[in-house]
Design a protein around this ligand. Structure first.
Ligand code: AP5
Length: 218
């Protein structure tokens, strides 16, 4: 299965992509995680991306395209993948289609997880992340067993540098301007499934699995 997870910041793309990846046995390719790791290691990519990410702006398309093309060429993506956070602009979407077409592949389905702006701000200001395993927590809906500590790794949880209210509002604006046109793009191809991010993480997961099982593999 080759899937794209689309949706505003805080919709739950990362949470759900990790669960679906485990269920389907295909890798989760999170461009946000790849970029954050590059920033942490202070690589050339990380240094270029940091300013955009801290402001809640998009990293330029050419950088993102070569990063994703390289990642999808790795052996674990041969049988499928879940793209979490990519594409985010129309040029990224058309370039992805071209890359896949060259390998006689295509996107089988796009899951659009939807949530309103106030819920986004509430969720992201309460999100905590494990810097080691990238595990996601929420002080309200998914608290760690021991306060401030990752359940799996035992290391202190952190707050993402782009999870301040001003940056979250900018990320929402960028989503509306740059990413929302992709909804129409994938709808026109007949491969878009909408899932409201309501009713808790397990409920959303079961709705997504229902939709994914109805998608045609190409
Ligand atoms: P990225 O990391 O992709 O951030 P994002 O799209 O803003 O999405 P988030 O990771 O904030 O949210 P999410 O939808 O994954 O929600 P989560 O599951 O964590 O990108 C970061 C930056 O990198 C971008 O701003 C940009 O600069 C750059 N970038 C990345 N990709 C790029 C690209 N393609 N092009 C250009 N630039 C790019 O959940 C959020 C919280 O809610 C958690 O605490 C979770 O526990 C909780 N939660 C989840 N689901 C539920 C639920 N159903 N009910 C209650 N709480 C829930």
């Amino acid at each position: 299965m080759r899937l794209v997870f689309l949706g505003p910041p805080g919709a739950g793309k990362g949470t759900q992509a990790a669960m679906v990846s485990e269920r389907l046995g295909v890798p989760q390719v999170s461009t946000g995680d790849i970029l954050r790791e590059a920033v942490r290691r202070k690589t050339e990519l990380g240094n270029k991306a940091k300013t955009y990410m801290d402001a809640g702006d998009l990293v330029p398309d050419d950088i993102m395209l070569s990063l994703v093309e390289e990642r999808l060429a790795e052996a674990d993506c041969r049988k499928g993948f879940i793209l979490d956070g990519f594409p985010r602009t129309l040029p990224q979407a058309t370039a992805l289609d071209e890359v896949l077409a060259r390998a006689k592949q295509r996107i089988d389905g796009v899951v659009l997880i939807d949530v309103d702006d106030n819920e986004v701000v509430a969720r992201l200001s309460r999100r905590r992340v494990c810097p080691k395993c990238k595990g996601l927590y929420n002080l309200d809906s998914e608290p760690p067993k021991v306060e401030g500590t990752c359940d799996k790794c035992g290391v202190p949880l952190i707050t993402r540098s782009d999870d301040s209210e001003g940056t979250i509002r900018n990320r929402l604006k960028v989503y509306r301007n740059e990413t929302l046109p992709l909804v129409e793009y994938y709808q026109a191809k007949g491969i878009l499934a909408r899932v409201p991010s309501e009713g808790g993480i397990s409920k959303v997961f079961s709705v997504i699995m229902d939709k994914v099982s109805g998608m045609r593999q190409g």
